[in-house]
Design a protein around this ligand. Structure first.
Ligand code: LIP
Length: 324
């Protein structure tokens, strides 16, 4: 990685995220005041606006001017037919507006997500929510931070807890899940039954229920990862996202001590190996993601063992299904 000046790429990416954030906020004002053309992609709940496209064009132009040799993967370029091959080269992986449905509805959990992938792994992530003015950044090996207050703000190291709390079981967890945009019967049933078991009270009729503290749906994968990095969420699980939704968040969560892995199968195959928690191309493109926050070491269990145990408990409870 020494061949890439990550601190200077971070500075550039943060400035770009703030510039994009300005466009997103202006776009939101225009939408809330006058409405906007909201188009549908794969179905009527998979939305795209002119601002998603505008912001991606801005990011693509600026990144290619400053880093002409870097490759680019973007949500809207992909939707328009671009299928760049995955390589070992530095690649910006961008969701111009993550939380487009929130954006359309004026619900302020909306961000731009810019990841930098190198040798098929996320090495830098910037997530900026311009409505809440929350900037999450992470650089491989240098930790992750949140900043409020723009360029004058003081970055605060993640996670917030100086000594991360234990997590005895799912019953104590606040967990992000999402409804996603695939509402066909099979995935919807699998998802709903899974949520039922995670939330349900086993002593009052929900056989196998874990009665987690709560379930949350922020509507943005990147914001969910950022909240797990911060410690406000204990975990986040979703099937159906794409690399641009998660590439920045994965790195930010990992640098905050979080453990990220993929599907039930990936978990089962890697949990006893050194590859557990190594998120490369297969997981980034695998469309099934789970992340658990940092957990402190305890007398009888390391934080990493606890993260593994919690994922095991979670995957024993929820159903796997294929993303469309
Ligand atoms: C969104 C994801 C979210 C998922 C939504 C949607 P978009 O991305 O971040 O996790 O549940 O269905 O895919 O479309 O707002 O960039």
């Amino acid at each position: 990685m020494s061949e890439l000046d990550l601190q200077s790429i971070l500075k550039f990416t943060v400035a770009l995220a703030y510039e994009a954030g300005h466009v997103i906020r202006k776009g939101s004002e225009a939408i809330q005041l006058a409405g906007s053309n909201v188009d549908e992609k794969k179905n009527s709940v998979d939305l795209v606006t002119e601002y998603d496209v505008k912001v991606e064009e801005l990011v693509k132009k600026k990144t290619s001017e400053t880093y002409p040799s870097f490759k680019f993967i973007g949500e809207e370029s992909y939707a328009a037919g671009s299928r760049p091959e995955w390589t070992d080269e530095p690649t910006f992986c961008v969701d111009p507006i993550d939380g487009t449905t929130n954006f359309v509805h004026g619900f302020p959990w909306v961000c731009i997500s810019i990841g930098l992938i190198y040798k098929r792994h996320s090495i830098l992530g910037v997530i900026y929510n311009p409505f809440l003015d929350l900037l999450y950044t992470g650089v491989k090996g240098s930790g992750s931070y949140v900043t409020h207050g723009g360029l004058n703000g003081t970055p605060r190291k993640l996670p917030f807890a100086s000594s991360p709390k234990p997590l005895a079981s799912l019953s104590q967890a606040q967990i992000a899940v999402e409804w996603g945009n695939d509402r066909a019967s099979k995935p919807l049933t699998s998802r709903s039954e899974s949520f039922h078991l995670i939330a349900g009270d086993p002593s009052n009729g929900v056989v196998g229920g874990r009665m987690a503290h709560s379930l949350r749906s922020l509507g943005s994968s990147a914001m969910n990862f950022a909240m797990v990095a911060q410690g406000g969420l204990d975990m986040y699980w979703e099937i159906g996202c794409w690399p641009w939704d998660v590439s920045a968040g994965v790195l930010i969560a990992q640098e905050a001590g979080g453990l990220v892995t993929g599907s039930h199968k990936v978990y089962a195959e890697t949990k006893e190996t050194a590859a557990f928690g190594d998120v490369g191309e297969a997981i980034l493109t695998g469309r099934k993601y789970i992340v658990v926050r940092a957990i402190g070491d305890a007398e009888k269990e390391t934080g990493r063992e606890a993260q593994k145990r919690i994922i095991g408990e979670f995957y024993d409870t929820v159903q796997d299904y294929d993303a469309l």
